[in-house]
Write a protein that binds this ligand. Structure first.
Ligand code: RTP
Ligand code: MG
Length: 159
């Protein structure tokens, strides 16, 4: 895929079951997306099967938290977004705050995880960590979305 240097970057953001289950937290996270000037390219809510979670988190297979992470992510509805921004991947990770809830509360109390994270597993949100994982993760949640079409036809009209 060809991207011009000014092109908007895409990332996959997830709101995890702990936050989707709570209307006020769900709304607060959605507001964070809007107030940080992300463009919402696609959005859907879904209930994940355990096998989908295993595939999505396969890079963590064998780690001590893998099993509970997979079970948690399949425990209730999640909301997935494709977000666009000039610096979407890094910006969303900054807005989320650190993974570990203890750290998040101390170093980034205003962040999403600092505000709403319950535990290291129930930490409210997920965000892609690189351009490569963003592509893979977007395809996992939005199989009909064509990145190529977006960069060729839709994105240039937004600039
Ligand atoms: P994410 O992939 O969700 O954006 O988070 P991350 O890159 O900041 O963290 P990563 O190391 O990739 O971990 C993926 C997810 O695993 C869960 N986790 N639980 N000690 C635990 O119980 C534990 N450690 C990690 C987190 O929910 C994290 O989001
Ligand atoms: Mg990660």
């Amino acid at each position: 895929i060809l991207r011009s240097p000014q092109a908007l970057q895409l990332t996959l953001a997830l709101i995890k079951p702990d936050a989707v289950a709570h209307p006020l937290i769900l709304e607060a996270v959605h507001q964070q997306i809007l107030s940080n000037k992300f463009l919402i390219v696609r959005m859907r809510e879904l209930l994940w099967k355990k096998e989908d979670c295993q595939k999505f988190y396969r890079e963590h297979e064998g780690r001590f938290f893998y099993q509970r992470l997979v079970e948690f992510m399949a425990s209730g509805p999640i909301r997935a977004y494709i977000l666009a921004h000039k610096d979407a991947i890094q910006l969303w990770r900054t807005v989320m705050g650190p993974t570990r809830v203890f750290r998040a509360r101390h170093v980034a109390p205003e962040s999403i995880r600092g505000s709403f994270g319950l535990t290291d597993t129930r930490n409210t949100t997920h965000g892609s960590d690189s351009v490569v994982s963003a592509s893979r993760e977007i395809a996992a949640f939005f199989p009909d979305f064509s990145e190529q079409h977006w960069y060729e036809k839709e994105e240039p009209q937004l600039r």
